[in-house]
Design a protein around this ligand. Sequence first.
Ligand code: PRP
Length: 207
Amino acid sequence: MLNIALPKGRLGEKVYAMFERAGFECPAIHEENRKLYFENEALGLRYFWVKPSDVAIYVARGAADIGVAGKDILLEYRPDVYELLDLRVGRCRMCVAGPRDFRDDPGRTLRVATKFSNIASGYYASIGRDIDVIGLNGSIELAPILGLSDVIVDIVETGTTLKENNLAVLETIVPISARLISNKASYVFYKARIEELVRAISREVET
Ligand code: PRP
């Protein structure tokens, strides 16, 4: 069995559809229930739905042979996995955002609220700016509104969340999309199968 971890939710469904079109189908997955794993014994495939930010953990530790994770998670946690393919779905960007009229005062430490402490620290280190990272788990947009931080580092997809909270993108740090990743040992063990899968799925990637 090749174990495949997919991110639970809309992105995961889109990604599964790509796997299905590429010939790696598992019809049981369409059954409406709360089951979290599905098998196609004939094809030797087992899919399971995991929280998007956990996919890389399953793959790095070998509980899944391959999986699909956002580039944001790969940059933030640097899991020990191979990144095999950019699936070009789940596209968004990692940005610095803040009040529309925000002007940075270089004389003060910049307070940055984020779920992505490593990405934020790396970005500001690269431009030589001292920051105080404020780690939050969600609703990051509230931080500058309530004066908890000056700016935020967060994912922007449509920009609606920022707009509706009177914030704007100040800088784009890096584009993000979903990536096919592999456990390093599994890649050696299942090399032919995984390479075949990568070839087939790359034909389903929209250019
Ligand atoms: C992300 C991000 C923003 C929002 C951006 O949150 O943190 O809040 O999406 O999307 P938009 O530009 O299309 O408005 P997510 O929905 O992943 O939930 P979270 O607050 O739990 O991070």
